[in-house]
Design a protein around this ligand. Structure first.
Ligand code: ZN
Length: 222
């Protein structure tokens, strides 16, 4: 029962984060204004706002105007639910995963890195992990790259800083290697060669690392 409640709480957080993903790029308030259909603009009723279940019950369509409700909502809500479950065994990893998934969708959809979303998640991590001076160089450079246009992916470095609060330095190197392989495959498969959203690769690499950690611990222990 506890696991179900935690999952449901996570899915509800996922529902809120999906709203942030939708509204932030178009400058809509995430605090004011109730959830509404993007097709007909009608306010959603209580039973239409239950994470995952409403979308299944509605057949992924608005009952009034028939507009399609993006299928990624339900998957995203479920994924954040899983992140919430993850916090039961490791709080900071669950938070890092939730942040990474949210930033991945932003990066994939908008090729953008919402600094405010990163900052809120990272402040939460700050409150949990012991303060370490050694990672501050990464943060300083990432903030410099965010403020000045240094033509490097400032968001990727900000993400690495947050990850460095949660995983070991050796694991950061592994994440970079996994993500680099993902990036190369992505480039090779890309039909029109162009920008590559790298946060989704970093997120996938983080997930892979966390799921296969015992293997790497054995291989890399001298
Ligand atoms: Zn509608």
């Amino acid at each position: 029962m506890e696991a179900f409640l935690v999952f449901f709480f996570g899915a509800a957080m996922g529902s809120f984060l999906a709203l942030v993903i939708e509204r932030l790029p178009i400058g809509e308030s995430i605090v004011v204004g109730r959830s509404h259909c993007t097709g007909c603009g009608k306010l959603l009723r209580c039973w239409e706002m239950v994470p995952i279940l409403s979308q299944i019950a509605l057949g992924s369509k608005c009952k009034r105007c028939g507009v399609q409700i993006p299928i990624w909502y339900a998957f995203f809500e479920a994924a954040i639910g899983v992140c919430a479950l993850w916090t039961l065994s490791n709080l900071t990893e669950g938070i890092l995963l939730a942040m990474s998934l949210t930033l991945s969708i932003f990066d994939q959809r908008e090729h953008a890195f919402p600094f405010s979303v990163w900052a809120i998640f990272t402040l939460i991590l700050f409150c949990i992990v012991p303060f370490s001076l050694s990672d501050l160089t990464i943060l300083a450079f990432a903030l410099l790259a965010s403020l000045k246009n240094l033509r490097i992916g400032a968001g990727d470095i900000l993400w690495l800083y947050s990850a460095s609060l949660v995983v070991t330095q050796l694991e950061i190197v592994l994440i970079l290697q996994f993500a680099a392989i993902g990036g190369i495959i992505h480039y090779l498969l890309q039909k029109e060669k162009g920008e590559i959203a790298f946060i989704p690769h970093l997120t996938g690499a983080l997930g892979l690392l966390l799921l296969t950690r015992p293997v790497w611990a054995q291989i890399l222990t001298p």
